[in-house]
Design a protein around this ligand. Sequence first.
Ligand code: FES
Length: 128
Amino acid sequence: MQGYYQRHLFFCLNQREGNARPCCAVAGSASVRDYAKQRIKSLGLAGAGGVRVNTAGCLGRCDEGPVLVIYPEAVWYTYHTTDDVDEILDRHVLRGEIVERLRLPEPTVVRDGLISISPADVDKNTAG
Ligand code: FES
């Protein structure tokens, strides 16, 4: 099974008033998202069957931000510079390698009650 996009990147651009909690916008996430979008476009990878860069609201990991998440692998990253984003694009998006130095940790708790669906199950259920 192949998704509509091979890779889908979501950059949190949430802006929060006051300093009670951190937010990704303060770290310049909008300009970094723009940079990533332009770079994907210049590589000729934007669009269906390729890569999509999207804006997200708060993704719930504000203390670890700025954050982006890449699907279908569901790998979460933080970044500090456009060099970091270049490394994520060059290694993860183009070559399918995880950039461990920028990766955010997996959850320590897995909630019960959710049934996971493998790509093979989806193919089986949609065939025919
Ligand atoms: S403000 Fe970006 S994850 Fe919450």
